[in-house]
Design a binder for this molecule. Structure first.
Ligand SMILES: [Zn+2]
Length: 425
C-alpha cells in the first residue's frame, strides 16, 4: 500500500544545511541554510521538496499529503553520532567516584580498572543482555534527536567476543529504526592475556580478527586507539593497513591522553576521521586542515573526566579543518547519548558557535561516515531523517543545557520518537 506523503509545514526555523557536497570548512560551518516558516515534503522516506511553506504547498504531492504544522519547532537534520561504544555490559560508576576522589584515569587503568574491567564483564555477558541494553540506549538516542549512530566493538578483545559485539550491532541495525554504522575496534587496548607480549596481540588482530570480521561482513570501518597505554603509531599502521586490504575504511582515536602521532598517521592513511585530538599541536592542525580527514571532537569525554584541556576547535576551524562532533558514548569516559549536551559543551568549552556545532553534528559527521550523499542535510533526494526542538531559535539548542527539548524525531520519514503524539501517519 502506498504511504501518503507527509508535509511538515510552518517550521519556525528550518535548518536545511544545504550547501556544497564537500566537507564543510571554515566559514561554511556557520551556514545552516535557515528558512523561516519552512516546510519539508516527504515521500517514501525521502525528501521530495524543501523551501518556504508557501512554495512547498504548491508542490503537486502536497495536496494529498498528511500535514503537520511545526509552528513551535526548530527543525533540523537528525544528529549523526559518529563515535560511540554502545555495546558495553555495565556502567563504571565506581571508577567515576574514585576519580572524583583523586585517582587518575591512567592509574585506574593500571590497577585493572578502566577498559579492561568492561572487557572482563562483556566476555561473561550473554549476547541477549548486550542486545537488550543497547536497544534501550538507542531509544534514548532517538529521544535526543539522533537518527544515525556509529558503533564500535572493542570491549571483547578476543575473536569470539568481538564478533559477539558486532553481531549485536548488525541485529540492531537490521531491526531499526536507527541506522547503525559498525566499526571494528579490536585494537582498543591490549587484553590482559597479552599484557607481556603486545606485539602478539597486534598479530592476532591483523592475521585472524580483521579477516574474520571482514569475511562475516561485520564492519565498515576499522579503528585503533593510538595513544599512551594503548597502541603505538607503528602498531596502528600495521592494523589499519591490514583492514584497508580487507576493504574497511579507517578511523583513529588519536592524541587524547598524549601526542603520539596518530593524527598524522590518520591523514597519511586517508582515514575518514581522527577522533579526540585534545593534544595536537600547531603543525598537526596545519596537516589536518590540508587533508580530507574529518576531525571528530569529543568534548563529553573531557567534561566527564573532569579535565580542562579540550581539543582546539577554534584553531582547527580557522585553519580550515573539517570538524565534527560526537558523544563518544561509553561507560568509562562519556556516558551520554545527548548530542544537545555535546553541542552545549562545544559552544561553552571549545568556543564553537551554535551554528558551527550544528554543522559539525550533522553534515560533517555524515561525511565522516561516508554518508553525506544521503544524511546530514535536508535537501531533495536526501533521506528524511529530521528532528524537532520546541524552541524559538536554533541557538537555544545548546543554550538550554541539561533539559531535553527535542519533541519528535523522524527516521526515513517515520516517527521514531513523538513526545506529544502529534506526527500523523
Ligand atoms: Zn572512543
Amino acid at each position: 500500500m502506498a504511504v501518503r506523503p507527509l508535509l511538515i509545514a510552518h517550521c519556525r526555523q528550518l535548518l536545511t544545511l544545504r550547501g556544497p557536497r564537500e566537507l564543510r570548512r571554515g566559514s561554511q560551518l556557520a551556514e545552516l541554510g535557515v528558512i523561516r516558516d519552512g516546510a519539508v515534503l516527504i515521500r517514501n522516506g525521502r525528501i521530495e521538496a524543501v523551501g518556504s511553506t508557501r512554495a512547498v504547498e504548491r508542490h503537486p504531492l502536497a495536496r494529498r499529503a498528511l500535514k503537520f504544522s511545526a509552528k513551535s519547532y526548530v527543525v533540523l537534520p537528525g544528529f549523526v553520532d559518529s563515535h560511540t561504544h554502545l555495546i558495553f555490559p555495565a556502567s563504571r560508576a565506581d571508577e567515576y567516584e574514585q576519580r572524583i576522589a583523586g585517582a587518575t584515569y591512567e592509574r585506574i587503568a593500571r590497577r585493572g580498572g578502566g577498559i579492561l574491567s568492561t572487557v572482563r564483564k562483556l566476555r561473561r555477558t550473554p549476547v541477549q543482555r548486550l542486545y537488550q541494553q543497547a536497544r534501550a540506549w538507542l531509544a534514548e538516542f532517538a529521544v535526543h534527536g539522533t537518527t544515525t549512530v556509529e558503533v564500535k566493538s572493542g570491549y571483547g578483545l578476543n575473536l569470539a567476543a568481538e564478533l559477539k559485539s558486532l553481531e549485536v550491532v548488525r541485529r540492531l541495525h537490521r531491526e531499526g529504526p536507527l541506522e547503525l554504522v559498525p566499526t571494528f575496534l579490536g585494537a582498543h587496548v591490549v587484553p590482559p592475556e597479552y599484557r607481556r607480549r603486545p606485539q602478539r596481540y597486534v598479530e592476532l588482530v591483523v592475521r585472524r580478527m580483521i579477516p574474520a570480521v571482514a569475511a562475516h561482513g561485520l564492519a565498515e570501518f576499522c579503528d585503533v586507539f593510538c595513544d599512551h597505554g594503548a597502541f603505538t603509531p607503528a602498531q596502528a599502521r600495521l592494523i589499519l593497513t591490514a583492514a584497508r586490504v580487507c576493504g574497511m575504511e579507517l578511523r583513529l582515536h588519536a592524541e587524547q591522553l598524549a601526542r603520539t602521532g596518530g593524527a598524522r598517521l590518520g591523514v597519511e592513511l586517508h582515514a575518514a576521521s581522527v577522533d579526540h585530538l585534545e593534544r595536537i599541536n600547531r603543525s598537526d592542525i596545519r596537516t589536518l586542515a590540508r587533508s580530507n580527514t574529518v576531525c571528530t571532537l569529543l568534548p563529553g569525554a573531557v567534561f566527564h573526566l573532569g579535565k580542562s584541556t579540550y581539543a582546539p576547535a577554534r584553531a582547527l576551524i580557522e585553519a580550515g579543518a573539517a570538524v565534527a562532533l560526537a558523544t563518544d558514548f561509553n561507560p568509562g569516559t562519556a556516558p551520554t547519548v545527548s548530542m544537545p549536551m555535546i553541542l552545549s559543551l562545544a559552544c561553552t568549552q571549545m568556543r564553537m558557535t551554535p551554528a558551527e556545532a550544528i554543522s559539525a553534528a550533522t553534515i560533517n559527521a555524515a561525511h565522516s561516515l561516508r554518508r553525506a550523499d544521503r544524511l546530514g542535510s535536508l535537501e531533495p533526494g536526501r533521506q528524511a531523517d529530521l528532528c524537532g526542538f520546541e524552541l524559538c531559535d536554533y541557538r537555544e539548542i545548546p543554550y538550554y543545557f541539561g533539559t531535553n527539548l527535542c519533541r519528535w524525531t523522524l527516521k526515513r520519514g517515520q516517527a521514531i520518537y513523538d513526545a506529544d503524539g502529534q506526527i500523523p501517519g
